[in-house]
Design a protein around this ligand. Sequence first.
Ligand code: SAM
Length: 260
Amino acid sequence: MKGHIARKRFGQNFLVAPGIIGAIVSALNPARTDTVVEIGPGLGALTEPLLERLDHLHVVEIDRDLIARLQQRHAPQHLSIHAGDALAFDFASIGSDLRLIGNLPYNISTPLLFHLASYGQQVRDMPFMLQQEVVERMVAEPGCADYGRLSVMLQYRFWLEWLIDVPPDSFDPPPKVDSAVVRLIPKAPDLLTARDAGRFAHIVQSAFAQRRKMLRNNLKGILDDAGFAALGIAPTLRPEDLPLEDYVRIANYCSAPASR
Ligand code: SAM
């Protein structure tokens, strides 16, 4: 692996299948002047073909050895290296109309997606490689076992497009799980109808705190039986039965001045 030993703690599974690498770069299909940010460039599987198509590329990488390799190979006028943890990185500091791309470190994929969800206004689109199981949770519909907090929070902010399935032998070392590429496109602000985004997030988190319990229990102290009745939502439903729109309605009901 080009003299680098893959670090498990950084979720390092390097892409080695040219067809898959080409498909991810084509999914982005960048114009030369687009502002593209790659999360976790690693040994450069995506970085190199991206640099061929771009005047400039930003990367966010945590592994110091990999950062040193990138610094040796690429001049700063072509590659801006943001050394550090993508979970703590302020993507807005790069600008707006950003196009994010990455074969993401699977060990932090869920918190990373939640972190990125807050940059909807700065982002144009983001094709990402993730574990297939996470992509299933992202796109899951109400009533499915996979439908949960991740589905509701991401579907609230993004249009999600499942692009390709990727087998383990496309990576070195191969991960133990199947992978998939998914594209996230931020929804227009007028579709984000929760009046208080923080309250909406809190309600979704509370609702799914215990999946097997009824909403009445999970939303105790947030929504009483009169509230359920006013919204026409049965308090005996389980959190996975409720569509996104109903979570928004609950949040807006709780945000209304009269209910405070
Ligand atoms: N893009 C390369 C490829 O496709 O071969 C590497 C992908 S590898 C799955 C994940 C990359 O993310 C590694 O380079 C790893 O060091 C980096 N990484 C892991 N955790 C990170 C974090 N918290 N912040 C930034 N980069 C991280």
